[in-house]
Ligand binder design. Structure first.
Ligand SMILES: [Zn+2]
Length: 447
């Protein structure tokens, strides 16, 4: 990215002139793209739906062309089938629905897990467990979190079973799974806190086999480009809340635990869903899913008191990103592993917390690169995001940080509008320790 883009982003940030919008839906990119991996095209109206509801990670590649079947326009994907009225071919803004592949493929199942539970009266929703009287099934913990973060009712539909253990027909391994109207969730504890803690069954492929659909690759139509997310514009409003220390007395950089918990309860009551920065950047750069009411919670500097916040989040099925200064923050390898075991995300906040615009190029490089390396050694996994100490960055610093192995960088101010141009200094909102709940709500909803 050019320096001009960064400077423009800075200007927008200062002036606050960019209007807020919700995640991009319609596109001004090409009306049809091609996937070399499977040899199929993806055109409207399915292209916009695919991009707007999760893209490759949720639906997989197209494995057929769009075609007419049972009086509808349909197209098969690895993990889904899309359908639209017959007259919708090549039409944007046509109503698209997902076939109830999970229900179709499990219709003969008679195991106890598929039997509806009649709970009358319905137990109240909690952050950790929800009962759906529509189908008589519950959704809890990691599966509930994944469902909320990646498409909920629109994409997956209601649960049609409880959790149970099942042998995966593809791999032969036994997993904890749950069936939904349009999906099969498979729990992967080794990937806890990443985008892959739940993996989706290849139900679209299974339905294509059952329906005898031709999935053979077809030659690319003349002039159709390969799918690439960068062919399409993408920008959205996403509040990223920035906290520091937790405890008393309250101050700009210290929030009492009770006040933080009040804010978390407000977020839950308003239907907000925490997402990781990994998911936010996937949404920005790769057409990944983002809930309408997404929020990212971050903590800087790695004080010990943040462990209490981490637990308060975990009891609400929420996760946060902790930016630490390895070797200087109180949170060391053992504490960071504990945070990971709760599903939280770890980012780097440099080696020494010096203001980076005042450093020489090689020192900027070292602050970013060495801290990433140390954290990766501690945790044995990639560290993807960097937060500038003191929110201090400029075009030179951002360009250097972008060469040190991260996926993105976070500023400490600038509103809530995410754009690709701001990838190395996406905005955050500072939440001081003394603000009222009304003020907090204003930041989340309007700032
Ligand atoms: Zn800091």
């Amino acid at each position: 990215m050019g320096r001009l883009g960064l400077l423009l982003a800075l200007a927008f940030a200062v002036l606050g002139t960019v209007p807020a919008t919700q995640p991009a839906r319609a596109s001004s990119g090409p009306p049809v793209v091609y996937f070399s991996a499977t040899g199929h095209h993806l055109a409207e109206p399915f292209l916009s739906f695919w991009r707007g509801h999760g893209g490759l990670r949720i639906f997989g590649y197209p494995i057929s062309e769009a075609h007419e079947r049972e009086g509808m326009l349909v197209q098969y994907f690895e993990r889904a089938r899309m359908e639209a009225p017959r007259t919708c071919a090549a039409v944007t803004d046509c109503p698209v629905q997902l076939t109830r592949v999970g229900a179709l493929l499990s219709a003969e199942r008679r195991e106890p897990a598929f039997a509806p539970l009649v709970l009358d009266p319905s137990p109240p929703d909690t952050p950790l467990r929800r009962y759906f009287p529509e189908t008589g099934h519950t959704l809890a913990y990691g599966f509930l979190r994944y469902w909320l973060r990646n498409g909920a009712l629109t994409v997956f539909g209601y649960p049609i079973s409880e959790e149970f253990r099942e042998i995966d027909p593809e791999t032969g391994y036994t997993f904890t799974v749950q069936y939904f109207e349009r999906a099969r969730f498979e729990w992967h504890p080794e990937a806890l806190g990443t985008l892959w803690e739940v993996q989706l069954g290849r139900l679209g492929a299974a339905l294509a086999t059952r329906d005898g659909v031709d999935t053979a690759p077809v030659p690319r139509q003349h002039g159709v480009p390969d799918y690439d997310p960068s062919l399409f514009p993408r920008a959205f409003r996403l509040p990223v809340l920035m906290y520091h220390d937790v405890g008393e007395p309250a101050g700009r950089y210290r929030i009492p635990l009770w006040r933080l918990e009040q804010q978390l309860d407000w977020l839950f009551a308003k239907g907000y869903v925490t997402v990781s920065l990994e998911q936010a950047y996937e949404a920005l750069l790769a057409d990944g899913p983002l809930p309408e009411r997404a929020v990212v919670i971050t903590f800087d500097d790695g004080s010990r008191s943040q462990l209490a916040a981490a637990r308060a989040l975990a009891t609400r099925n929420m996760t946060a990103t902790f930016f630490v200064v390895p070797g200087r923050s109180a949170l060391g390898p053992a504490e960071l592993r504990e945070l990971r075991s709760m599903g939280h995300e770890i980012g780097s906040h440099s080696m020494t917390h010096r203001m980076m615009t005042r450093l020489a190029d090689r020192d900027v490089h070292w602050e970013a690169e060495a801290s990433r390396r140390v954290l990766q050694e501690w945790l044995g996994e990639p560290i993807r995001f960097f937060a500038y100490p003191g929110g201090d960055w400029n075009g030179r610093v951002a360009v250097i940080v972008s060469t040190t192995g991260y996926q993105g960088g976070l500023a400490a101010w600038g509103g809530a509008r995410w754009t690709r141009e701001r990838r190395w200094a996406e905005p955050r909102i500072e939440i001081g320790g003394t603000i009222s709940l009304d003020r907090f709500a204003w930041y989340v909803e309007r700032f």
